[in-house]
Design a binder for this molecule. Structure first.
Ligand code: KG4
Ligand code: ZN
Length: 341
């Protein structure tokens, strides 16, 4: 008879960008708490994240976030099995706040430390929906990244395609800025897009090419040019139609490359995650067009940055006893290896 495994509790930290977050996870998928302190209001007047401001905010609130996460979860330090933290990618100063807090906490309480790649966190947020079946393909779309990832087994993340220039979320935010929308603009453009028509003809870069790479800078430039030319001529553009046309181009590109990835890597599960996975238009297109493959998208509250997703990725590493030592440092440009180097 197999012995019942003891419950494992992970305390996780995420401070790679503009959310300070601390979570407690029980075993693989029971999120007992996931405290998220957003700084978006402080960055909005600058139209984007100011790294120095982000670091200062993290320092101010992180201790309170730890306390709140532990209280809400109803656990004590004695219950914990490990401490997990985002080591990268992200803003170096912001990452260092989470790393310092996690290392100090782990060292003081004699707990093992687990380093997590932020993008692995986004992907593993899908674990909240159900147990994942491997191998799987993931489309990861966030403010800093756009990549297709092949995961042969838990924890083995390999890039099979990525953007050559801008990330999708970045394109949404830049286009939103031109439209006069507050940062981050993704959700607002998504809402406007649902009230408009795809009437402006925007480019869909490399959509027919037989590779899994993306490019969004041409689309962004085309949008900005259209906007500036209209402004110079004193012509008014319909915001809803602009949003709908931009979003249609983005989604055509994402869908084409994702379908190509599924042809090349015939798996049974597609995970779509990251901040842009909150996009309703993307969710609709996936539901309509992806057949014979199960599409798993994390719940909306876990699409944006949060420590719960970091804890779920850490649970995979805890199982393998992949621990870090005290020399662990921030890795702002950390990236998965490519499957085909
Ligand atoms: O993953 P995330 O929270 O942070 C990074 O790791 O970058 O992603 C943030 C990005 C922002 O660019 C934001 O505009 C975008 O996700 N985003 C969306 C939507 N909600 C958030 N983009 C398109 N549609 C949405 N509904
Ligand atoms: Zn993120």
């Amino acid at each position: 008879m197999s012995e019942k495994m003891e419950d494992r509790y992970i305390l996780a930290f995420e401070t790679s960008c503009d959310e300070t977050s601390v979570a407690v996870l029980k075993n693989e998928d029971q999120l007992l708490s996931n405290v998220i302190a957003s700084q978006i209001k402080s960055h909005q007047r600058f139209g984007g994240v100011v790294p120095e401001v982000a670091s200062r905010h993290h320092v101010e609130v992180i201790t309170a976030c730890i306390r709140e996460a532990m209280d809400e979860a109803g656990v004590t330090v004695e219950d914990l099995s490990a401490v997990a933290v985002t080591e990268g990618p992200g803003l170096v100063g912001a990452l260092l706040v989470g790393l310092s807090a996690a290392k100090a906490f782990a060292w003081a309480h004699g707990l093992p430390l687990i380093a997590v790649n932020h993008m692995a966190g986004h992907l593993m947020a899908a674990r909240q929906v159900k147990a994942l079946v491997y191998p799987l393909v993931a489309l990861l779309v966030s403010g800093g990244h756009t990549e297709l990832v092949y995961v042969a087994e838990p924890g083995d993340y390999k890039i099979i395609g990525e953007t050559r220039d801008d990330a999708v979320g970045e394109a949404y935010d830049k286009v939103g800025r031109v439209m006069g929308l507050p940062y981050p603009a993704g959700r607002l453009i998504d809402e406007l897009a649902h009230q408009g028509q795809d009437v402006y003809d925007f480019p869909r870069a490399m959509i027919k090419e037989d590779h899994l790479e993306f490019s969004f800078s041409g689309l962004k430039s085309a949008f900005i040019n259209l906007h500036h030319n209209a402004a110079q001529k004193g012509e008014a553009l319909v915001q809803e139609d602009l949003a709908a046309s931009f979003q249609a181009a983005v989604l055509d590109i994402l869908m084409a490359k994702t379908k190509k990835a599924l042809e090349r890597y015939p798996v049974k599960t597609l995970v779509v995650a990251g901040g842009v996975a909150a996009n309703q238009g993307l969710r609709e297109r996936l539901a309509e067009e992806i057949r014979d493959v199960e599409v798993i998208i994390p719940p909306l509250r876990l699409c944006g940055d949060n420590a719960g997703m970091i804890a779920m990725a850490a649970a995979v590493e805890l199982e393998k006893e992949h621990f870090s030592d005290w020399s662990l440092n921030a890795r702002p440009s950390l990236a998965f290896d490519s499957l085909e180097p």
